[in-house]
Design a protein around this ligand. Structure first.
Ligand code: NAP
Length: 305
């Protein structure tokens, strides 16, 4: 039976680190860090994510400021808001919640954020720092995953790592961070041939593709560490019966609530083969918010305010 890598407990530990950092600033007479969150429109899932981020701010003593422009906001108005937050000395971090309404250009908005306040780590300058192995603000999900792997003592040096997914938010930065720590990294994507065979070579398998239960137990090398970044909502009972045969509780949840959350990995099957595995929910999800708060504290300290 694999060890369960507890994302919630790890996130609590990282949030405590932020709380202590904020407290230490207070003891020196410095103000707490401040995160500005911009949520355009009324997407219910985004509202849930933003509420979680604001709650984590309150838990750690980080100040938060929320901006809720209507979905009809123009690109110029959104960029004007970002410019004002960039110029505001009381703001250390700026987060524009994605996805944006279709008429807005997310890249242009994200690139508008000052790199010094880019707590999501999506600005090309910060991505360049990561590419060069230099300090900077790094994407929250992979950087918090790295912290979790270290906390659990997962050996990375020389490990064969396979990262499924090549997004700029998770896959690519995850691969760079693992490479920096001397893993031998392969990035796989939708055109990769023989994905099961490739996955079976991995000592560390990171799945970030957004396909419910794609990774079967038979794809996992015995004893491997499996990090499941995917968050998928499954509503189809036939699909659920196919991907959760080893997880009767998921099927019960689906019957009771009409949908169930799962990762890209068949967790029940992974438990029987892997050495360690993250669950969904309760794995990487909570880590992302902790990564954001760590970045906000880092941005504030780096600005010297
Ligand atoms: P994304 O931008 O949609 O990228 C998905 C990647 O998966 C792409 O590179 C795609 O390949 C690849 N892919 C899709 N289908 C595949 C298949 N059948 N075989 C192999 N590769 C395949 O997704 P993302 O933003 O990185 O997010 C990935 C998942 O992580 C989603 O479920 C998302 O909700 C979740 N997520 C979770 C957190 C968290 O806090 N836990 C944070 C961020 C994202 P191509 O490039 O060839 O299209």
């Amino acid at each position: 039976m694999a060890q369960v890598l507890d994302g919630k407990a790890t996130a609590d530990r990282l949030l405590e680190e932020v709380r202590l950092g904020v407290e230490a600033r207070g003891a020196k007479g410095l103000r707490p860090p401040c995160l500005a969150v911009v949520l355009v429109g009324e997407d219910p899932a985004s509202q849930v994510y933003v509420r979680g981020k604001v709650r984590a701010c309150a838990q750690t003593g980080v100040r938060s400021r929320e901006h809720f422009p209507p979905s009809a906001i123009t690109q110029a108005e959104l960029e004007d808001l970002i410019d004002r937050l960039n110029a505001d000395d009381g703001v250390d971090g700026i987060l524009v919640q994605l996805p944006l309404p279709k008429h807005l250009d997310p890249k242009a908005a994200l690139h508008r954020i000052s790199p010094a306040k880019d707590v999501d780590g999506f600005h090309p300058l910060n991505q360049g720092f990561l590419f060069e192995g230099l300090p900077g603000l790094r994407p929250c999900t992979p950087s918090a995953v790295m912290r979790m792997l270290d906390i659990y003592g997962i050996e990375l040096k020389g490990a064969r790592a396979v990262v499924l997914g090549r997004s700029e938010i998770v896959g690519k930065p995850m691969a760079l961070m693992l490479l920096e720590r001397h893993a031998t990294v392969t990035i796989a994507h939708s055109r990769t041939k023989d994905l099961p065979g490739l996955c079976r070579e991995a000592d560390l398998l990171v799945a970030a593709i957004g396909k419910p239960g794609l990774v079967e137990g038979s794809w996992i090398r015995p004893g491997a560490t499996v990090v499941d970044v995917g968050i998928n909502r499954v509503e189809d009972p036939a699909l659920a019966a196919r991907i959760f045969p080893a997880e009767p509780r998921k099927l019960e949840q689906l019957a009771a609530k009409g949908s169930v959350l799962c990762g890209d990995v068949r967790y029940g099957e992974a438990l029987d083969v892997a050495g360690a595995v993250t669950p969904v929910p309760g794995g990487v999800g909570p880590l992302t918010i902790a990564g954001l708060l760590l970045n906000t504290l880092q941005a504030c300290e780096a600005r010297g305010v």
